[in-house]
Design a protein around this ligand. Structure first.
Ligand code: ATP
Ligand code: MG
Length: 233
């Protein structure tokens, strides 16, 4: 159950490796809301060897983005099947929308008709050097999307997920060459989104900067409480 007084529909924006996944899990736990990561959805498709999975795998390997229409369809059906298209639901999106066409399709065709537009858009700003260092040390548990870092946040048992004990893996797209390409795509396609949302709904946009997730999280936490209120225990 959500511990917020008002429904929060949150989008986390920021460069690859800036810690969106980490902030997402901490926010979900802290406020009892649900989240969806487009990258995790695609990795699950790849694991399940679906048709979308095979398209995703070839594109992700190059550090490129999937076509907007494909992404919008995947996300729309996911939003519907989770019954999130209602003004009373609280949820958080990580990784979608990621381009301006995705954002405007999401707004006009999916969220506006449900009176469920995004009301908190967070731009995470993390220095470049920090990001590159993190990626070199990152491990993931694919089924849950849990992220570990060999330096800051190692798993309790080497190479194993803390919760399930299942093996952890490196993301193939964390290879330095591909990662560079992902940063290029981010600058070209995702950065303009901040301007889009500043024009569409400036009050909802919140920028937060910091070198570590521990510095960023408390700022996000207090901003959420300020905007949405917290239920008494
Ligand atoms: P990180 O997980 O480190 O924050 P990221 O945000 O770049 O980095 P994911 O969100 O996990 O990584 O996405 C991995 C890949 O999945 C992307 O590089 C892209 O190919 C594809 N992808 C995910 N979301 C979208 C989207 N909204 N539009 C197009 N492609 C996407
Ligand atoms: Mg991610």
């Amino acid at each position: 159950m959500s511990r917020l007084l008002k429904p929060a529909r949150v989008l986390l924006l920021g460069p690859p490796g800036c810690g969106k996944g980490t902030q997402t899990s901490r926010l979900l736990k802290r406020f009892g809301i649900s989240g969806m990561s487009s990258g995790d959805l695609l990795r699950q498709h790849i694991k399940d060897k679906t048709e979308i999975g095979s398209l995703a795998s070839s594109i992700i390997k190059q550090g490129k983005l999937l076509p907007d229409d494909v992404m919008v369809k995947i996300i729309e059906s996911e939003l519907r099947s989770r019954s999130w298209l209602s003004p009373s639901q609280s949820w958080l999106l990580d990784g979608f929308p990621r381009t301006e066409p995705q954002a405007s399709l999401l707004d006009s065709q999916i969220l506006s008709p449900a009176s469920a537009n995004l009301n908190f858009i967070v731009e995470l700003q993390v220095p470049h050097e920090i990001i590159l260092d993190r990626i070199a040390n990152r491990l993931v548990h694919v089924p849950s999307g849990r992220v570990y870092n060999l330096t800051y946040n190692p798993p309790k048992v080497e190479g194993k997920d803390d919760v399930t004990g299942e093996p952890l893996s490196r993301r193939p797209d964390d290879d330095p060459e591909i990662f560079r390409q992902r940063l290029v795509e981010f600058d070209k396609l995702t950065k303009p989104l901040v301007t889009y949302y500043e024009n569409a709904n400036k009050d909802a946009v919140f920028e937060v900067a910091g070198e570590t997730s521990d510095i960023i999280f408390p700022q996000l936490e207090s901003e959420m409480i300020k905007r949405f209120g917290e239920k008494a225990e």
